[in-house]
Design a protein around this ligand. Structure first.
Ligand SMILES: *[C@@H]1O[C@H](CO)[C@@H](O)[C@H](O)[C@H]1NC(C)=O
Ligand SMILES: *[C@@H]1O[C@H](CO)[C@@H](O)[C@H](O)[C@H]1NC(C)=O
Ligand SMILES: *[C@@H]1O[C@H](CO)[C@@H](O)[C@H](O)[C@H]1NC(C)=O
Ligand SMILES: *[C@@H]1O[C@H](CO)[C@@H](O)[C@H](O)[C@H]1NC(C)=O
Ligand SMILES: *[C@@H]1O[C@H](CO)[C@@H](O)[C@H](O)[C@H]1NC(C)=O
Ligand SMILES: *[C@@H]1O[C@H](CO)[C@@H](O)[C@H](O)[C@H]1NC(C)=O
Ligand SMILES: *[C@@H]1O[C@H](CO)[C@@H](O)[C@H](O)[C@H]1NC(C)=O
Length: 814
């Protein structure tokens, strides 16, 4: 039997591949010439130093699975990485690194895209790289053909570790990784300052801003340092300008040549000196020095930003000198996943307004914290004779967030919010109290004092219930029920006159015009213009953290719609759905009517769909489904049915996760129009308006279904519903063209050969069919939004052969 040639060839190739020496063996103890490369895979390929102490290559990250970090590590301690490339970002399996003459080192992903190179870091333009060398010192160097000085070396670009033979000059630093497993840049760094002091610094993760030093090396000789030396025999010192040295190692410590040594800037902010026997089987890493030994008790500088733990958080030292942050009672982590991110109150912080005096009586109390202090928050020193004096002074002061009392000169210190530089240590010997609210309101950042007042008032009827006979109670219960219903619908006027307007509005925060003027910086940044007026970007603080908002200044509101405005704001304020833009508050002052919404960071669907980049099919599918779900909620699931009347891509916004969020709902009734003939007063936008608007037929939720159908086609095709500039005239009106394409089975034209969509043909067809049913001229033929969502999700059958849709609305001028 003759073997097919191709089979033989394959076999031959396999044999050849297997006999090819592994890269490790090929270069052991020698130069790595230009053109050689390593590939990231499970068993790791690496270049070893001649002695076999250090390895350069792809290190598989333990937790993340098939992700690899290009790094240098101890061959005997493979988990101890001393240098890493690509800013600590791991790469997928199959990525490779290559030594090239021009770029030095080039890291590419499996598709060959360049992820990282060192062309910026190569000295001068004279030297072209001729070979690489993994030195026994742990230094990976690239050398030119003639020059013995490396063109590039890893020792010049330290990450979080310093090795013997490596030193830090001005401009060099070691910087912590984010966590044990995430090698991207963390919060701490150690470097020589411009004014010649070696010190440890904290860095703001979001802005990159470097705050002041929290620990200084060689105290008393600030400004004298020249460089930081870790010499090859393992001695470490600061070389001062005058030539003298400051020993960084413990007195009497003498480095052994049988030991590896390293210094690391840990992700906890401490410098740690480690040593380990060079032979693997003789033990592991041990710490022989840690600096500072108690991070929390370092002299706090005023310029430490929000401190080591963030606002309202307390610093303590745990096992192994690790930094720990804890929240005081009544506070919880601002971001539950970030231990250093500070703490937020679970209650509404006291505000110094007219209600402050009333709220002082019972709404806040002081909780004592042992061995605690918050440094640099003091705003007033009170001459208190006793702890009791100090406590009541803080309790009665709406600015006071905490207070400390000690027997000595400093006496009673009142501290303001938010609290910074919190620390806890057995040596802190004073009485300390923090003010906490007695009402837990963490769930709603916009709860107003009014709600508290109302909660209180309701206790009266409840108390009555527990006295008297059963039958009386029953009667009372019924009466109470009615009271509740009444109370909900028509909240009683609050006693406070300044809250009067507010009491007419449930669930919605009231802003004064002045507040919104400040929040938007004088209505400076315009986000867009819609049917109702201009929208501005702003930032408000609802007692919790500040949030971005979009402030809509309504200008087409008729003056006699006061009642309607009130009704509509209440209706809108009661809607809560993940696919709706949430109303945050409103303002009604004189002629001004403003609505305050959540800010949507990714703009409108119109910009997304019709922009330069065609959004991915899967993104578009999710946006279509999200919009449908939001509309379903407006039509059927919220307490008052809302017909949007103006569904179009400009009114669908995208939040930070690209979720579709419907905006401008509930406003249709407010538009200045001929109020007597509601049906003929067309509200909506040309191209999306259902035919019944023109036919004097009743307007129902089906007008939104029609507009949704048009929108769905736009989402499918990434083009506008009417596009007169098109070469193919028959394609100008999207609804007609889509129907034609459907009839002639040419859906590829519709999606402009979008491969992603064509691969998903069953869904594509279903979406087009749903759209064609939505844009039927006869409203009764259009599905409800509930059916639409089920059909889009594939949970309901979509009938075939929809009748030819009407193109009435787009061809009729009005
Ligand atoms: C490495 O390359 C340099 C320069 O070409 C050469 O001098 C040296 O002998 C080489 N070393 C080894 C071990 O091949
Ligand atoms: C990794 O190495 C082990 C033993 O050294 C071997 O059994 C295994 O097949 C290798 N895996 C891969 C993916 O090369
Ligand atoms: C190498 O990286 C630099 C930025 O560090 C980049 O500008 C350059 O395009 C890269 N070179 C190649 C060949 O990709
Ligand atoms: C390795 O490092 C030592 C010490 O710095 C140095 O003397 C030697 O030249 C280096 N070897 C190569 C091949 O660069
Ligand atoms: C490391 O943390 C950064 C910032 O939080 C994150 O963007 C990145 O995905 C993380 N990397 C890994 C491998 O987890
Ligand atoms: C390292 O520094 C120590 C202390 O100054 C010195 O005794 C030793 O000779 C130095 N070793 C090297 C290799 O320079
Ligand atoms: C307040 O509510 C938050 C979140 O709902 C909870 O974690 C916290 O324990 C509550 N605090 C008090 C004092 O009840």
């Amino acid at each position: 039997m003759a073997w097919p040639l191709s089979y033989t060839l394959t076999l031959l190739t396999l044999i050849l591949l297997q006999s090819k020496p592994s890269p490790v063996a090929a270069q052991n103890s020698s130069n790595i010439s230009v053109g050689q490369s390593l590939t990231a895979n499970i068993n790791g390929s690496k270049w070893l130093s001649p002695s076999g102490d250090f390895a350069f290559g792809f290190h598989q990250l333990p937790i993340t699975g098939n992700l690899f970090l290009l790094a240098i590590w101890y061959a005997n301690y493979p988990d101890t990485i001393v240098w890493h490339a690509n800013d600590g970002n791991p790469v997928p399996q199959g990525s490779s690194v290559k030594i090239t003459a021009n770029e030095g080192l080039v890291l590419t992903d499996p598709q060959g895209t360049i992820l990282w190179n060192i062309s910026d870091e190569i000295y001068g333009d004279s030297g072209w790289v001729s070979y690489g060398f993994m030195n026994d010192t742990g230094n990976f160097a690239l050398k030119g053909s003639s020059n013995s000085i490396p063109i590039w070396q890893s020792f010049d670009h330290p990450t979080d570790t310093l090795l013997p033979g490596q030193s830090l000059e001005l401009g060099k630093m070691i910087k912590s990784r984010l966590s044990d497993t995430n090698y991207t840049m963390g919060r701490f760094q150690y470097h020589l300052t411009l004014d010649r002091t070696m010190a440890q610094f904290i860095r703001d993760l979001s802005t990159g801003y470097i705050y002041g030093a929290y620990h200084t090396s060689d105290p008393g000789n600030e400004g004298q340092a020249q460089r930081y030396v870790y010499n090859e025999s393992g001695h470490m010192y600061i070389l001062r300008k005058d030539g003298s040295m400051y020993n960084m190692l413990p007195d009497g410590y003498s480095p052994s040549q049988d030991q590896y040594q390293r210094l690391i800037m840990s992700s906890d902010g401490i410098l740690i000196w480690y040593s380990a026997p060079k032979a693997r089987n003789r033990g592991g890493w041990s710490r022989f020095q840690v600096v500072p030994s108690n991070l929390c008790m370092e002299k706090a500088e005023r310029n430490l930003g929000i401190g080591l733990c963030g606002s309202n958080s307390m610093c303590t030292i745990g096992g192994n000198h690790a930094l720990m942050c804890t929240c005081p009672q009544g506070y919880s982590l601002t971001d539950p996943n970030v231990q250093y991110g500070g703490c937020k109150p679970d209650f509404k912080l006291q505000i110094c307004d007219d209600n402050a005096e009333r709220s002082m009586k019972g709404e806040y109390s002081l909780v004592q914290l042992q061995n605690t202090d918050f440094v640099y928050n003091d705003y007033e020193m009170v001459n208190s004779k006793s702890e009791e004096d100090c406590k009541s002074s803080c309790l009665e002061d709406c600015f006071c967030a905490a207070a400390s009392f000690s027997g000595d000169d400093s006496g009673c210190l009142k501290k303001k919010a938010p609290l910074f530089n919190g620390r806890k240590h057995s040596s802190i010997n004073q009485s300390f109290w923090i003010k906490v609210g007695n009402v837990n309101m963490s769930n709603d950042p916009f709860v107003t004092n009014l709600l508290v007042t109302r909660k209180r008032k309701m206790t009266t009827p409840i108390k009555v219930l527990f006295g008297g006979s059963v039958s009386v109670n029953l009667l009372l219960l019924i009466a109470f029920g009615i009271f509740l219903i009444y109370d909900k619908k028509q909240p009683k006027e609050s006693n406070e006159s300044q809250r009067k307007t507010l009491s007419e509005y449930n669930h919605v925060h009231y802003f004064s015009y002045q507040e919104l003027n400040e929040a938007t910086n004088g209505f400076k940044e315009e986000l867009g213009r819609g049917a109702f007026g201009v929208v501005y970007k702003g930032m408000v603080n609802g007692g919790g953290p500040s949030i971005y908002v979009a402030v809509k200044k309504l200008d087409r509101i008729s003056s006699d719609t006061d009642e309607e405005f009130k009704t509509e704001v209440n209706v809108i304020g009661q809607t809560h759905h993940k696919n709706l833009v949430q109303l945050v508050g409103f303002c009604k002052e004189g002629d001004q009517r403003l609505l305050v919404y959540e800010y949507m960071s990714n703009g409108s669907l119109a910009d997304y769909l019709f922009g330069d980049m065609r959004p991915s099919w899967i993104d578009r599918v999710q946006i279509a489904q999200g919009t449908a779900t939001g509309l379903l909620y407006l039509h059927e699931e919220c307490s008052t049915q809302i017909i949007h009347c103006d569904i179009k891509p400009q009114n669908i916004l995208l939040d930070e996760y690209h979720n579709a969020r419907i905006s401008d709902f509930g406003l249709a009734k407010l538009l200045v129009l001929n109020q007597t003939h509601t049906n003929t007063a067309i509200r909506g936008t040309k191209g999306y308006v259902a035919p019944e608007w023109f036919r004097n037929k009743p307007v129902t939720v089906k007008v939104d279904v029609y507009s949704f159908g048009v929108l769905l086609l736009e989402i499918i095709c990434c083009r506008k519903s009417v596009c007169m500039e098109l070469v193919e005239e028959e394609a100008a009106i999207l609804t007609d063209w889509a129907f034609d394409c459907y009839l002639s089975n040419k859906l590829d034209l519709l999606v402009n050969d979008d491969m992603e969509a064509l691969k998903d043909m069953i869904r594509l067809k279903r979406f087009v069919l749903v759209a064609l049913w939505c844009i039927q001229e006869d409203p009764s033929l259009r599905p409800t939004m509930r059916t639409v969502t089920q059909m889009l999700d594939g949970l309901a059958e979509v009938p075939n052969n929809p009748p030819c849709p009407s193109s009435f609305s787009v061809t009729t001028q009005y």
